[in-house]
Design a protein around this ligand. Structure first.
Ligand code: OAD
Length: 247
């Protein structure tokens, strides 16, 4: 599939010193990690992921939520970065500063070589004590149910931010700082419905950034974006990197 970009956009992008990319589950879809709001298949088809990713769901049925995360961890362990992740990492050879603000918990941006990654919703490879929020190193895990914290005995939970929970202050500050500073802000593979991430492109636009969306489908951000590039991130980002690097 050939992709073409408006000249005015390429010219403005080439002049950027700081480029920010806010990413969501869509950028990892081509690595085989299911998104949240598209139909699930197989074992978990009858569960709504947005109803499993909450403290209430964990309190109600810790084993169910733990098993769902164990399944996602298994998928992520087999996944590798796709051309979209790699092209974004390649932006670091083109621009003086690139910041990735990701809602994904899969670590694939770092694996692809991106060096400035802000994990807005945490990282699935980490565990936390449910009661104290302190990190718990991986230990002996009982199949199918959450391990317990060696200090307080409460359940261990995945180190991700759930619905109804606040993002860590330092993480949110870093995201706002990057959004305020950048000249071009990409929103890639996100349905743009979960706050506070959904407001970051609007904040960046208010501070003067050009806002560019990459997504095969329209989202609530689309009418506010300066440019919408419709298609999979794994096609559009490598094409964009090629357009920037070929004379
Ligand atoms: P969603 O599942 O809500 O949205 C995925 C988006 O990716 C959709 O807009 C798709 O159109 C788009 N998409 C699908 N395939 C794509 C591709 N190949 N290239 C580009 N885009 C593609 O995922 P998020 O927006 O990331 O939060 O969801 C935000 C948050 O809600 C998640 O971080 C998670 C979730 O519940 C928590 O768990 C707190």
């Amino acid at each position: 599939m050939s992709v073409s970009f408006p000249l005015w956009f390429l010219e403005r992008l080439r002049r950027a010193h700081h480029v920010v990319a806010l990413t969501g589950a869509g950028i990892s879809a081509e690595s085989g990690v299911p998104t949240f709001r598209e139909a699930q298949t197989g074992l978990w088809a009858r569960y709504d992921p947005t109803e499993l990713a909450t403290p209430e769901a964990f309190l109600r049925d810790p084993a169910l939520v733990w098993r769902w995360y164990a399944w996602r961890r298994g998928l992520i362990a087999q996944a590798s970065p796709n051309p979209g992740h790699r092209a974004l990492a390649g932006f670091e050879d083109v621009f003086p500063k690139v910041t990735v603000l990701t809602q994904n918990v899969d670590g694939l941006h770092t694996q692809a070589g991106s060096t400035r990654v802000v994990e807005l919703h945490g990282n699935i490879h980490r565990n936390l004590c449910f009661r104290e929020g302190a990190p718990v190193p991986p230990g002996a895990e009982r199949p199918g149910e959450p391990p317990t914290c060696p200090r307080c005995g409460d359940y261990v939970r995945p180190g991700v931010v759930w619905f109804g929970e606040m993002l860590p202050t330092a993480v949110l500050q870093a995201a706002h700082q990057a959004a305020a500073e950048c000249e071009v802000f990409f929103s890639i593979g996100t349905s743009s419905v979960v706050e506070p991430a959904a407001s970051l492109p609007l904040f960046a636009r208010d501070k003067g950034a050009l806002v560019v969306e990459i997504n095969p489908a329209a989202t609530p951000l689309t009418p506010h974006a300066d440019l919408s590039l419709r298609g999979p991130a794994g096609h559009i980002l490598p094409a964009l990197l090629a357009a920037l690097t070929t004379p």
